[in-house]
Design a protein around this ligand. Structure first.
Ligand code: 3HC
Length: 270
């Protein structure tokens, strides 16, 4: 998600600093942006000049200090509350007091991240959808301690990216994942119960409901592990059975069958 968000912001004319944990991940992210910009060019979504201009807006670093003077930092780390809280505390210590800190979390209540900083009025959720350069939506998530000016500034920023922003209160999963995740988990339960083949489950939702991907294809696309972590967090928040991750999802996560990114999930990606 991080590479997609960086690309979207650079294409909108912002100077973007991309920070990754290490040089290997940084090179991977850089490659993803290059590939996506090339696709956009090939598909006629972007001129060669606009591609070059976007590329020139991007700086890549492994140093957190590289973010110190940013107006807005959008965190897109792994969906782990401990990792994200540590990162928010480090960003709070590193960034200018005026920097707004946003999280692209899919499910973690934003107030937990705000509480890890000394600037809760400047912390909110800004949730993109995968693939970020293509999907039109962002969710803006308002905690009980964020300032109205922060919400206004980030909504304005999101609209400037060409996205449509919808506003949600700070509850795990916000709007879209509260609806989407139980649906995805139910698809895994259909597989577990042997109700239908995975291909037929996907065909059912594609041809029967007009979804661009079936739920198992979408799970492979979003990431089996990511969806498992999201479901765990949502189950902890709501204690409702519909958010409980089915054992098959857990086992696939443990076994490293994480979907497209590892080459195998419900389907194979040679
Ligand atoms: N930059 C700009 N545009 C691009 C692009 C790029 N890098 N790559 C593709 N596009 C454009 C294409 O030109 C095309 O545009 P057009 O419709 O105007 O011709 C459009 O995007 C679709 O691209 P493709 O034809 O290559 O691909 P598909 O038609 O197979 O669509 C897909 C791919 C957009 C991924 C589609 O399958 C889809 O919408 N899938 C569902 C995705 C989804 O549900 N995402 C949300 C996941 S949930 C989430 O992210 C939340 C998280 O918290 C879990």
């Amino acid at each position: 998600m991080g590479s997609g968000i960086a690309e979207v912001a650079a294409r909108a004319g912002h100077s973007v600093t991309v920070r990754e944990m290490n040089s290997e991940l940084l090179a991977r992210g850089q490659g993803l942006v290059e590939k996506s910009l090339s696709t956009a060019l090939r598909r006629g979504k972007l001129s060669a000049e606009a591609r070059d201009a976007a590329w020139a807006k991007l700086t890549f670093t492994t140093e957190l200090a590289g973010l110190a003077q940013c107006d807005l930092v959008i965190e897109a780390a792994t969906e782990n509350p401990t990792v994200k809280k540590e990162l928010f505390a480090a960003l709070d210590a590193t960034c200018s007091p005026a920097t707004i800190l946003a999280s692209n979390t899919s499910s973690i209540p934003i107030v937990e991240l705000a509480a890890a900083t000394k600037r809760p009025a400047l912390v909110l959720g800004l949730h993109f959808f995968n693939p970020a350069p293509v999907m039109q939506l962002v969710e803006v998530i308002r905690t009980i301690v964020v300032a109205d000016a922060t919400v206004g500034a980030v909504t304005h920023f999101a609209e400037g990216l060409g996205k449509t922003a919808i506003l949600a209160k700070d509850r795990a999963g916000f709007i879209v994942n509260v609806l989407l995740v139980p649906y995805l988990l139910d698809a895994v339960r259909l597989v577990e119960q042997g109700i239908a083949s995975k291909e037929d489950i996907d065909l059912g939702m594609r041809l029967g409901c007009g979804h661009p991907m079936g739920p198992l294809q979408l799970l492979d696309f979003v990431g089996i592990d990511t969806t498992y972590y999201i479901a765990e967090i949502m189950f902890q928040e709501y204690k409702e059975a519909k958010f409980a991750p089915p054992p098959l999802l857990k086992h696939m996560t443990i076994a490293g069958l994480h979907g497209r990114k590892t080459g195998q999930g419900f389907y194979n990606y040679p």
